[in-house]
Design a protein around this ligand. Structure first.
Ligand code: GFB
Length: 323
């Protein structure tokens, strides 16, 4: 473990987006840090309303903030609701980051996404590849909002000396995921499709696109562990990639999910749906140099996500919600 430069013990730590998959995993992970965890429901504070965010922050005065609130969704939701993905994410991150500086938050972590990188970036993608080429069109709206979040942290660090850092997780999955087939990411969609085909004795499942795109997956509990680790041990201008360092094709993933779920039928393709970016494997070098590595292997993680699905521990949303 590298030197702890910011201990969370005894601190008031606000997790924005605590009902989402990532925020709830961070709340679970923080339980052993000896801190007081602050959360706020949507009825208490609407994060898209500046005055409400400022009033809540002034009243509660957190010492540290994990900014895990976001409008999120899979490839189709991103492509269908560009205004929501751009506006909601820009406004909520600007509100929280600005208010955090105003009330003197000591440390803030902004969470982004691997889609911030150029569509055709060299693989594995290093942090320095940011803003070196055009984005993937299906999610450029979300990506622009997330790039703005990184820039806000850098700008407040430069102008005010605020210790605001950014982490960029890869494609995440796990308990608390969105299993709505129109708006979800690929992992929960495949778990649901394979399960429903198995119990319904259907001969096949349909996946979107060609199955050739490659994606990197990380269990959300590993992601939360990495975020807490970075919060305690990292301070710097540059965002940090948070991934597993390994990727698979969507077809390989479908086969693995089918194996875990116990579905033995055929896999067919809906080619009217987009493939998205061909590959986005992030370099794990920076995070490894900070002495963090994931613990949950893909097959084991899928099994735990499937158990959570069977237990009904999932959120179903119409267009995606807090990350
Ligand atoms: O996870 P996903 O929706 O998002 O899709 P992205 C990944 C790949 O899986 C794409 C394919 O090539 C999809 O075409 N796929 C196959 C499916 N079957 C399905 C299915 O039933 N549902 C879904 N959703 N996909 C998102 C971005 O990109 O990743 C966000 O749009 C964000 O902005 C997120 O960055 C992490 O990996 O393509």
């Amino acid at each position: 473990m590298p030197e702890v430069i910011y201990s969370l013990a005894g601190k008031k730590v606000y997790v924005a987006g605590h009902r989402g998959m990532v925020g709830s995993a961070i709340v679970r992970r923080l339980a052993t840090e000896g801190c007081e965890i602050l959360t706020a429901s949507r009825s208490e504070v609407d994060l898209t309303r500046q005055a409400e965010v400022e009033a809540w922050m002034a009243k509660n005065r957190p010492d540290a903030v994990f900014l895990a609130a976001a409008k999120v969704g899979g490839i189709l939701a991103n492509d269908t609701y560009p205004a929501d993905f751009l506006y909601d994410n820009l406004i909520l991150e600007a509100n929280i980051i600005h208010a955090a500086r105003t009330v003197g938050v000591e440390k803030l972590m902004f969470l982004g996404s691997s889609c911030i990188y150029p569509k055709l970036a060299d693989q594995p993608i290093v942090e320095e590849a940011l803003l070196t080429g055009p984005l993937e069109p299906t999610n450029e709206w979300y990506a622009i909002a997330k790039i703005a979040g990184i820039k806000l942290c850098q700008a407040y660090r430069k102008q005010y000396g605020s210790d605001f850092i950014s982490a960029m997780p890869t494609n995440l999955y796990g308990p608390g995921d969105n299993f709505d087939l129109k708006s979800s990411h690929v992992m929960p969609a495949l778990i649901r499709k394979a399960h429903e085909a198995k119990v319904g004795h259907l001969p096949e499942i349909t996946i979107w696109g060609t199955g050739t795109p490659r994606r990197e997956f990380l269990h959300v509990d590993d992601c939360a562990d990495a975020c807490v680790h970075l919060m305690k041990t990292y301070s710097g201008d540059t965002h940090v990639n948070v991934g597993s360092g390994e990727d698979v094709t969507i077809l390989e993933l479908t086969e693995l999910v089918s194996k875990v779920v116990g579905f033995q039928g055929k896999i067919v393709h809906d080619l009217s749906k987009p493939d998205g970016t061909p590959r986005k494997l992030m370099s794990a070098k920076k995070l490894r140099s900070l002495e963090w590595a994931p613990k949950i292997k893909l097959e084991e993680g899928i099994a735990s996500a499937y158990r959570a699905f069977l237990d009904g521990e999932y959120l179903e949303r119409s267009q995606g919600d807090a990350a």
